[in-house]
Every structure is written in structure tokens, then in C-alpha cells.
Design a protein around this ligand. Sequence first.
Ligand code: NAD
Length: 490
Amino acid sequence: MTERLQNFVDGAWRTSAAEQTLKVMNPASAQVLVEVPLSPADEVNQAAAAAERAFAGWRRTPVGDRIVPMFKLRELLVANREDLALSITNECGKTLAESRGEMQRAIENVETACGMPIMIQGTNNEDIAAGIDEHMIRQPLGVVAAITPFNFPGMIPFWFLPYAVAAGNCFILKPSERVPITSQKLFNLFQAAGFPPGVLQLVNGGREAVNAILDHPAIRAISFVGSTATARYIYSRAAANGKRAQCQGGAKNPVVVMPDADMEMTTRILADSAFGCAGQRCLAASVAISVGDARAPFTEQIVATAQSRKTGYGAAPGIEMGPVISAESKSRIEGLIAKGQSDGARVLVDGRNRKVDGYEDGYFVFPTVLDDVAPSAEAARTEIFGPVLSLMHANTIDEAIALVNDRSYGNMACIFTSDGANARRFRYEVNAGNVGVNVGVAAPMSSFPFSGWGESFFGDLHAQAHHAVEFYTQTKVVVERWPRDWNRKF
Ligand code: NAD
């Protein structure tokens, strides 16, 4: 019988009463791994109530003690990294090397959050007026929640959870119902790390659970990562209910290749960006704009690199790219390639209708390169979220920057060049929250906020680092006078 996953509420595993469940598949084999309950609103309410009860004690726990289970968690994540990585590969499809890298980023966020005794410090002015002192202190909000996407089940919860919890909040995670297995493993580790009951809760589910989170009066802040349409919806409903919200959305990331770029390095890095994680990365390069003489060598090399990428089951030796998440996703991506073709693009490398030996039922789309993509075409503007790179060409850097800025998303933009002046100008002028210079996936490390502009982000404070600390705390300003002290002139 297929295993049915559980929720984790008030320090214990609970069987959901959900009538609806979803089958979770291994996208490489299309085999069913587990069933996930689509928890009803009532189970979100139970998690929120448990978190509310736990908050009274957790916020009074000194910050130095709150990070003790974080240190333990870090050790547990390191010790269990291989098991977690295999779980990510099996439910999400990426290669084992990519899954290991994902867990490394998760661990780094736990390490950064262990600096909470310093990060949560307030500020003060002694004698802001004669005999009056003023302090700004940071206090936790209470109960907070995160709703996460399918493409990084092991990392994205850690953009939020370590900061929220170390800052004294109690936390509810609603992972993607398409990849819920890694979260089960993570919650076993949270339990072993010694967080008190109610501090961390896991509620599996889909829309009903999300809406219950968005409407629950005790949940004070929402962190979301997913598609732009959902991000916009979540941001609006959370705000209408008076909650703080930070909502990271989709992307369509342009990369400019200058003629003076190191072409071998550029194509290698760009292929990893466009085809790594089968293009299912919010920081995947999806439009490459070659400038002037870069066109011929770049096109030739990216085509060769795309053709040679070894695609298959992510845990098999030598595999460089796994499947996409689902049959629907595969047919949507293949439909967008066909649309690109009918809009006038030339298909230089075609990843459609390809099979992997031994994994004939898997959801594989091989690397695809479209050339001469018009700026107005769907292949230039729509997030494909698959291993498809659209090529465009510009005569000058001015034209290239204009093409970069001609889009509603603003997650990432990159330039490959050996000219510092071009790089500086690009960094200065592009409308994107994360910028790469000779870097193909400009993912901020855990000690920097994960930025994002335009339709890629709704909110003001981003995930990770000091932005996360600000997001999960409210400031209180205290103005004090103690006139008895020295009986001076004030
Ligand atoms: P998605 O929007 O379909 O789902 C994300 C989460 O929202 C899931 O937990 C899901 O259960 C929930 N959800 C989906 N539709 C909902 C609805 N109508 N009402 C309430 N809840 C709903 O996203 P996905 O397909 O899981 O993830 C891929 C997307 O995430 C891509 O667009 C990608 O660019 C984006 N993403 C962005 C970032 C970033 O940092 N900006 C990072 C990773 C992924």
C-alpha cells in the first residue's frame, strides 16, 4: 500500500483527516512514491493554535538558547545530507549533485541564522534629549507561515524558517504538494534537534490549506515562493487580512554575451544556468543576447554544449540533467517550443519527443535552443520553466540593455564580458534584483537578501539574512526618562 504522509503539529506526527490526497511521483520513472493529504482548513487552525500556545514560552527563551537547537540542526543536516539529497532527486528530478548543492545552501542559512544574537540587536541613543534615552528593540511577530514551490524542496524553507524561529517566532510550513517528502525528513530532524513542541509545524496541502493560512487571524506574516500569478494572489489576500507578506514570483532571466567574453567559460556557465535543474530554477538563464561578433562563436558553442548534455535519472552516474516535474509540465514546455517555432524562431537543438533508456515513462525534455527569437515572441517573454534557451542578438550593449529591461520580470540579469566598464554599466542600468557578472546563476549567499524586482517579487523585505530578521520582527521604540537618577538640571 502507498504510504500516506503526515502533518507535524504540536511536536508530534498527526494523521490528517483529509478526504483528498494527491499521488507524488518520481518524475524520472513516473512511479508513485507516496500520497500526500490535502489538509482541510481545520488542520491549519490546529497548527496555528499550537504555534500560538508555544509562542508565549519561545519568545521568552533567550536568543542564545534559541539558537542551541539551530546548531544541533546544522549537524543533523550535514549528517543526513545524502539521504536528503536523494529524496530531492527522487521527488523533484534534479541530479544528485544539484540536490547536494541545494542542501548546502540550506545549511548555510542555518549557519547564518545562528548569528541571531547579533542580528536581532536594536539601536539606542543615550541622551537623545537632556536626560532622555531612546531605544529601538526588535520583538518577534508571533506565528508566521511559509508556502513553498516544488523546485527546491530542501532549500527554500531555509530562506525563512531559521531566521523566523531564531528571532523568536513559531513557524508553519506548507510545502508544495508536488514534493512533500523532503519536508517529512526535515521535520524528523527538527524534532531531533530539540525545538520545543509548537515552534515548528508542517501542514501538507493545496489551496484550501493556503487560504486557511492567509485568513487565520493569529498568523502574522506570510513568506511565499512560487509562480507570479500565485504570488500576486497571496500578496493581495495576505495584505487584505492585515498581514506582512513577502512573495517571490516567476522569472525570465536574460543574459548578455559580449564579444570580449571568454567564450569557453561563458558557454559552460550559461549551459549550466539554462539547463541545470532542467531549467526549473527561478535564476535559470532563459534568454541569451549575444552582442556583435559574439553571435557566431557563442551560438556554435552553446549548440554543441546543449547537444552533449547527458539527460536521465538524476541519481544515475554521469547524468547532468534530470526530468521536469510532471507530464503536464513536459507537455506545456513542448507546446511553448512549438509556439516559438510558429512565431518564427529556428529550433537549433530540439529536446522534444526524446526518451531515456530504462526510464521511458519519465517526464524528460532534453536541452533545447531556439534562435532568432523576436523580442515580442512568447519564447522571449513567458517563463517556460524548462531546459529551453532563447537566443537573441544585438548590435551594441545599448541595444542589449534595452532588451534586458524590456520585460515585466526582474529576478536576475547577467553579463559575460572582460571589460569592467561594460560590466559596471550593466550592473548600474539593468532592472533586476540579482545581477551576475561572469556568473550564470546569481543566487545571493545566505548572508545577503535574495532580491527580485518587478513581477518577480511582491513586498519590500526579501528572504535571507538581515532582511529576513527585519521581516520577522517588529520594532518597538522606547523613550525613557529617569529624573530621580542624579537630580540634574532636566
Ligand atoms: P506555484 O505557484 O504553482 O505553487 C507554489 C505554492 O503555492 C505551492 O505550495 C502551491 O500549493 C501553492 N499554490 C499554487 N496555486 C495556488 C492557488 N491558486 N491558491 C493558493 N495556493 C496555491 O509554483 P510552483 O510551480 O510550485 O513553482 C515554480 C514557480 O516558482 C516558478 O514560477 C518559479 O520561477 C518560481 N520560483 C521563484 C523563486 C524566486 O525566488 N523568485 C524561487 C523558486 C521558484
